[in-house]
Design a protein around this ligand. Structure first.
Ligand code: ATP
Ligand code: A2G
Length: 459
C-alpha cells in the first residue's frame, strides 16, 4: 500500500523559516499554530507538455516550497493570510467555496485544494481554519508554485479534519482539483510534490499513477536559472491552446486509422490502441497530418462535426476564440518528447559512470528544448537566450522547464565546472540588465532532489 505523507515532530526554534512563520501567525491571529504543512515545487528534467497526453515525465522536487501554519476551530470559516504582502487576506465559509476561473487570485489555488478534499470526503462540513501561507518558489516561473500551493492546502485540510490519505490519492485529488482554476494540466506537479524522495529524481507514469526512482549520473549537477519573464498559466490561454491542439490531433490520428475516435482524448491512447512504437507514431503523424495550421472548418470537415460540437466538445472555455491549430507540430513534439524521456531514464539506469552518460543526457535535454521552442512554441526569446548562455557557459545540456513562455531553464553542469558556470551566466545574463541583476539572488542556483510534502508538529 502506498505510504502516507510523513508527520514529523520538529523543534521550531531550530528552523528559521518555521520560527518566522510561527511569529507571523501569532501576530496575525493572536494564537500559536497547531501544525504546519509543506509541499515542494519541482524542476522537470525532461518530458515537457506530455503529462496531459498520458506520457511519463521525469521531475525532481526542489528545496523551495509552500509552507503553511494552521489552527483549527468550529467556526466553519477559512481565514487565509500570506507572509508576502502582495497576496491579500481572504476569508470564506467552508460551506460556500467558489473558484473564479476568470480571476485566478492566489487564494483560489488554496481553495482548489480545500474543495478537492471536501468533495473526496463527500461534501462533509469542514472544520474552520486559520492559515498563514509562506512561499519560497518563484511564482509563474516553471517551478510549480501553483501546484505546491494546491497540494499544501489539500494536505492541511486533511490534517485539520483528522483524516488521512496516501500520497498517490492526495496527488490524484490535487491534480484533479487544480483544474478548477481553469488550466487543464496533467498530473506531474502534484505527483512529484507528494511522491518525491530526497536524493532521487522520479519517473512519474500515469494510468495508474506511479513513481520510480531515477538515479542521476555522477559527476554532474543541475542548475536552475530564471529568465525573469513571468507567465501565469491560468491568466492566459497559451497552455490550454496546447492541450486542445493535442486533443484535436488525437481525434484526427485516431479517425485516420479507423479507431473509435470519439472516446479517445490523449495522444498516448492512440499509440496504445494501435499497439505502435513511438517511432511508428512519429511516422503516422507525418503521413496523416500536414505542417500547415488547420482551420476550424478543416477540423470540422475531417471529423464530420459541427462548429458547435468543436466548441463544446473539444475547446475549453478560454480557447473558444482560437481559429488555427498546429496539429502536426504539437503531435510531433509529444511523441518525440515521450521517446526522449524513456531514453533519458535508460541512460540513468546504466551504471552511474557509464561512458558518455552525462553527454548523452545533455544531448537529450538540448533536443527537448529545441522541440519545445520550434514545434511546441512554448519558449520565449529571453528563455532561448538564457538556454544558449547556459550552454556557452559550460552546461552539457540546458532546456526550459515547466509550462514555459517564460520562467526557468534547467542545465546539467559537470560538477567541476559549476563555479565557472555560475560566474559566466551571472556575467552574461544577469549583471548587464538591472532588473535581472536585482532578481539574481533567487534566480540562479544549484538544486538537488528534495523530499515530498509533509506535516510538522511542534516538539
Ligand atoms: N507564495 C505564494 N503565495 C500565494 N500564492 C502563490 C505563491 N506562489 C505562487 N502562488 C500562486 O500561484 C500562481 C502562479 O501559478 P502559475 O501556474 O502561473 O505558475 P507556476 O505553477 O509557478 O508555474 P509552472 O506550472 O509552469 O511550473 C501565482 O500567481 C499565485 O496566485
Ligand atoms: C498545474 C499544471 O497545469 N501543471 C502543468 C504540468 O502538468 C505540465 O503539463 C507542465 C508542462 O510540462 O506545465 C505545467 O506545469
Amino acid at each position: 500500500m502506498a505510504a502516507h505523507p510523513p508527520k514529523t515532530k520538529i523543534l521550531i526554534s531550530e528552523n528559521k523559516r518555521l520560527q518566522n512563520l510561527k511569529e507571523a501567525f501569532e501576530k496575525k491571529y493572536g494564537e500559536a499554530p497547531l501544525f504546519y504543512a509543506q509541499a515542494p515545487g519541482r524542476v522537470n528534467l525532461i518530458g515537457e507538455h506530455i503529462d496531459y497526453c498520458g506520457y511519463a515525465v521525469l521531475p525532481m522536487a526542489i528545496e523551495q516550497s509552500i509552507l503553511a501554519a494552521v489552527t483549527v476551530n468550529d467556526s466553519k470559516k477559512i481565514h487565509l493570510a500570506n507572509t508576502d504582502p502582495k497576496y491579500k487576506d481572504f476569508t470564506v465559509s467552508s460551506e460556500d467555496i467558489e473558484i473564479d476561473k476568470d480571476n485566478p487570485q492566489w487564494y483560489y489555488y488554496f481553495l482548489c485544494g480545500v474543495k478537492g478534499i471536501q468533495e473526496h470526503l463527500g461534501k462533509v462540513p469542514l472544520s474552520g481554519m486559520k492559515c498563514v501561507v509562506d512561499g519560497t518558489i518563484p511564482a509563474s516561473s516553471g517551478l510549480s508554485s501553483s501546484s505546491a500551493l494546491v497540494c499544501c492546502a489539500a494536505l492541511l485540510t486533511m490534517e485539520a479534519n483528522h483524516k488521512s490519505l496516501n500520497k498517490v490519492a492526495l496527488a490524484e485529488i490535487s491534480a484533479k482539483c487544480e483544474r478548477y482554476i481553469g488550466t487543464e494540466g496533467g498530473g506531474m506537479d502534484q505527483s512529484i510534490s507528494f511522491l518525491a524522495e530526497e536524493g532521487t529524481a522520479k519517473l512519474i507514469e500515469f494510468h495508474p499513477l506511479r513513481a520510480s526512482d531515477v538515479r542521476l549520473p555522477e559527476g554532474a549537477l543541475f542548475v536552475i536559472s530564471n529568465c525573469c519573464v513571468e507567465m501565469n498559466k491560468a491568466a492566459s490561454s497559451h497552455f490550454n491552446i496546447r492541450v486542445v491542439e493535442c486533443r484535436i490531433a488525437t481525434k484526427m490520428l485516431a479517425k485516420a486509422r479507423g479507431l473509435e475516435w470519439g472516446r479517445l482524448l490523449k495522444l498516448s491512447q492512440v499509440q496504445t490502441e494501435l499497439e505502435a512504437s513511438l517511432e511508428e507514431m512519429l511516422r503516422l503523424v507525418a503521413e496523416v497530418l500536414h505542417p500547415e495550421p488547420y482551420s476550424r472548418e478543416e477540423v470540422c470537415k475531417a471529423l464530420g462535426i459541427t462548429t458547435e460540437q468543436l466548441c463544446t466538445d473539444l475547446l475549453s472555455p478560454n480557447t473558444q476564440h482560437v481559429t488555427q491549430f498546429k496539429l502536426y507540430q504539437r503531435a510531433r513534439h509529444v511523441y518525440g518528447e515521450a521517446a526522449r524521456v524513456l531514453r533519458f531514464k535508460s541512460v540513468c539506469d546504466e551504471a552511474p559512470s557509464a561512458p558518455n552518460g552525462v553527454q548523452r543526457l545533455g544531448d537529450l535535454m538540448k533536443q527537448s528544448h529545441a522541440s519545445c521552442r520550434d514545434l511546441y512554441e512554448c519558449s520565449c526569446p529571453e528563455l532561448d537566450q538564457l538556454v544558449e548562455t547556459c550552454l556557452q557557459s559550460g552546461a552539457v545540456g540546458s532546456r526550459l522547464t515547466g509550462a514555459g513562455w517564460g520562467g526557468c531553464a534547467v542545465s546539467m553542469v559537470p560538477t567541476d565546472k559549476v563555479e565557472s558556470f555560475l560566474k559566466s551566466v551571472r556575467e552574461l545574463y544577469y549583471t548587464p540588465d538591472p532588473r535581472r541583476a536585482e532578481l539574481e539572488n533567487h534566480s540562479l542556483f544549484v538544486t538537488k532532489p528534495g523530499g515530498g510534502a509533509a506535516i510538522f508538529l511542534e516538539d
